[in-house]
Each structure stands twice: as C-alpha cells, then as structure tokens.
Design a protein around this ligand. Structure first.
Ligand code: HSE
Length: 439
C-alpha cells in the first residue's frame, strides 16, 4: 500500500480526494497495489466539510501529515510560495516524496527544492503545474528526450486566453470577460498574476528548465500581460490577418535562449490561433520529431486533479519497483549544474505591429518611416484607418524583422514628433510567412 497525505483542500485538492476515493479500485489495478489517501490537512472547516473523506482522514494541522512516518508521498496544494516552500522542504527533509501543482513555488524556489530532494533521494513531481491536465511535463521529461527543443510557443494561462477570446469573438469588454473567468474558477486567487503574465512566466520558467536542462530562473524572462490591451488593436490586428494571444515563447539559438511572455500576434491560420476559451496549448518543435501540438484544459478541478493523480501513480510505481528518481525531475541529471543564458529582450529579433495616432497630413508617414529606416526597420505593410478623430488617425505598420532595441529607440523618437500623439503601441508578431518574405 502506498500512503498519500494531501495538504490543501481547495478546488484541486477536492478533485484529487475525489479521484483517489472514487477510482480506488481502478488505480489499484493499474498500480498493482493500493494507493490510499491517508489524510488531508485543511485549515478551513468549510472546505474540510466538503471533502469526500471520513472524519479520521481530515485534520486542520499540516504537521499531522508531515510528521506521520506512515505517509510516503505529500501532495502540496495550498498555493502561495512561503508556507508552501516550508512545507515542501519539511516533507523532503523527512524523506517523503512530493507532488505539487504550484508553479509559482517552483519558479521561485524550485532550485532549492530540487537540490534538497536530490540530496535526500526523493522525488518532486509537478505535472499539474503547467497546462493542468495536459501531460506536457511528461512529454518534455521523457517522450521528447531524444530531441533538442528548438522552440516552444505556449498559451499557458486559461484566464488570459478566455479574456482574449471573448473580447475578439463575442465583443465582450475586458472587465466583463475577466468577471466571467473569475466566476468560472480558473483565475488565480489574485488575478493580477494571470493578467500581468506572471503566472505564464512562472510556467515558462519551468518549461525552459525542462527543455534546455537548465536551473529554474524566472528573473531574465521578460513579461508583459494583457491588462493594458486596447480592443482596437485586437480588431486592427485581425484585419491584418492576425489573432492576439498571450504567448510564452522560448527558442534556442545555439548559444542563448529566448524566453519571453507577451501578447503576440499570430497568423489566423496558426494552430494556436484556434485555441479558444480557457484551453491551453503548446506548439513545440524538436529537431528530430518536428512540430508537436499539445492541447487541453490547463486549469479547473478535474483536469488539474488528473495530472496530480498521474504523478502519484508514477511515484507509487517507482516506490513499488525501488526505482526512485528513475527519471530526474527536470529530465536531466545535470540540469541544476548547467545554467544557460537567457538572451536580453533588447537583442531579440522579431516582427512588429506598431500603431501610431498621427495627424492626417501630407508628409506624416514619411517622417515616421524615415525614423524607422534610420534604425534599420523596414516596413512590410501599412494601413491608415479612416479620417481624423479628436485630431488623430490610427496608422498601423507591420515591420520586417528588427531588433527589439532598435524598435524601442525608433518608437521613442517617433513619439517626440509634433505630428504624433504618444505613446505608440507595439506588439510582437510570430509569423513564419513574414520571415520568409524578407529572405
Ligand atoms: N490561473 C491559471 C489559469 C490556473 O488561468 O490558467 C492554472 O494554472
């Protein structure tokens, strides 16, 4: 029998308790022995009362789980980073294996936790931390182990994808769409983490470590979210043939790694453009396998519980066979010792959508394009929308590939032109056709 202690009976915790109790026999058949939820700790009595567990299985105190020598695996589902870190390190120091869905914890304290686990010879599993029920971590740790990952483009936050989908397809306002996402329960307790792209960055930090066998490092990931988005840009981008998605992007250029999170324009016919609502997807390319798309529900009770229970089975199997850490948490025995350098955002080369509010006068376009030209930025397409409203008219340009530092400097100079109302708005584009057009 493998005994599990669960800490945190929020949405996901309840889902895990349900799966472990309702599918006990099925899981036992798959594992060849019983996988038993011995105890669950939750301080909130109302949450405890909702759990499908006997009174003897419930406690308000984490230490009843951490200090129980009978418990083999501790599942951390309380979220947050401070108490969760202490809990996880305490479980590891007692020789217990850990399953967590906590992406923020891993992004901020993952190296410390993984080093402690390695030293103690225990497992840390986190399938549920990225893309919820989609077995993406498994794919990166094992299924794609023969590949060099060339790039990954991910929709990793259901809340943001839901908001962007509703704004562009149903004409809903940002506030309405956010309220709906919160009502449906996929937003974080603090939705700022979702909206400012931070939750996506936490997840990207984990993916970068797995893909490139490097320690977790959130700091160099450039992040911008969707909270300042103007619906006008969704509409204009659509007219240029682009959908707007909050993407996590990582790419290996051989010596450096790109890792960034920002609203991004992708061609309407890109597979990720059709990932709607709260769904997540990762489009990645391995040098042997070619492109792969993983798609599914990245949040919510049962999809996330599905991933947690798959980790429990995996760890229980290793325990059964005496094969702990058969596959290391980051998929590489050396990941924590081989840091890779993340390319500064200023050095990134990509295409841009730029929108200026400018006077509708002869010569305005040439002033703008002159400055772009001075910074080596060439224009692929341009439109001016309608006549002046309140003294300005939107001009949208799509550029060929340019270096981020050059684009930013050009925009600073354009914003100083008397014929322009600053600030110019810009979004990065991921469009292989545009790259090809320039060659
Ligand atoms: N807040 C997250 C999301 C939950 O919206 O995707 C899953 O990590």
């Amino acid at each position: 029998m493998v005994k599990v202690g669960l800490i945190g009976l929020g949405t996901v915790g309840l889902g895990v308790a349900r799966l472990l109790s309702e599918r006990r026999e099925m899981l036992a058949r798959r594992l060849g022995r019983q996988l038993v939820l011995k105890r669950a700790a939750e301080i909130d009595p109302e949450r405890r009362s909702k759990a499908p567990l006997a009174p003897g299985q419930l406690t308000a105190r984490d230490k009843d789980i951490l200090e129980d020598p009978d418990i083999d695996i501790v599942v951390e589902l309380i979220g947050g980073t401070d108490v969760a870190r202490d809990l996880v390190l305490s479980a590891i120091s007692r020789g217990k294996h850990v399953v967590t869905a906590n992406k923020a914890l891993l992004a901020l304290h993952g190296n410390e936790i993984l080093a402690a686990a390695a030293q103690k010879g225990v497992e840390v599993a986190f399938e549920a931390a990225v893309c919820g029920g989609v077995p993406l971590i498994l794919a990166l740790r094992q299924g794609l182990a023969a590949n060099r990952i060339q790039e990954m483009l991910g929709i990793l936050n259901g809340t943001c994808n839901y908001i962007l989908t509703q704004m562009s397809q149903s004409g809903m306002s940002y506030d309405q769409a956010l309220a709906e996402a919160q009502a449906q329960g996929f937003a974080e307790a603090d939705p700022t983490l979702d909206l400012e792209g931070i939750d996506t960055a936490h997840k990207l930090a984990i993916l970068v470590s797995l893909a490139y066998a490097t320690p977790l490092n959130l700091d160099p990931i450039a992040v911008s979210g969707i909270s300042n988005l103007d619906p006008l840009d969704l509409q204009l981008a659509w007219e240029f043939g682009y959908a707007m998605k909050l993407l996590a992007i990582t790419r290996n250029d051989g010596s450096l790694i790109e890792a960034r999170v920002h609203p991004t324009l992708i061609p309407k016919d890109h597979m990720l453009a059709n990932v709607s609502g709260a769904f997540n997807a990762v489009y990645l390319t391995g040098d042997a396998v070619g492109p792969i798309l993983l798609y599914g529900q990245g949040a919510g009770m049962m999809p996330t519980a599905s991933a947690v229970v798959s980790d429990l089975l995996d760890l229980a199997r290793n325990l059964t066979r005496g094969a702990n850490r058969r596959v290391p948490p980051l998929g590489s025995e050396t990941a924590l010792e081989t840091p890779r350098v993340i390319k500064p955002l200023d050095e990134v080369v990509t295409n841009y959508y730029i929108r200026f509010a400018a006077l509708d006068r002869p010569g305005v376009l040439s002033q703008i394009s002159g400055i772009l030209g001075n910074h080596n930025i060439s224009i692929a397409a341009v439109i001016q929308k309608g006549r002046e409203v309140k003294g300005a008219v939107p001009i949208v340009m799509i550029t060929h590939e340019a270096k981020e530092a050059n684009a930013r400097q050009a925009l600073r100079e354009i914003d100083l032109l008397p014929v322009v109302s600053p600030p110019a708005v810009f979004y990065r584009i991921e469009d292989p056709h545009l790259h090809a057009a320039q060659i």
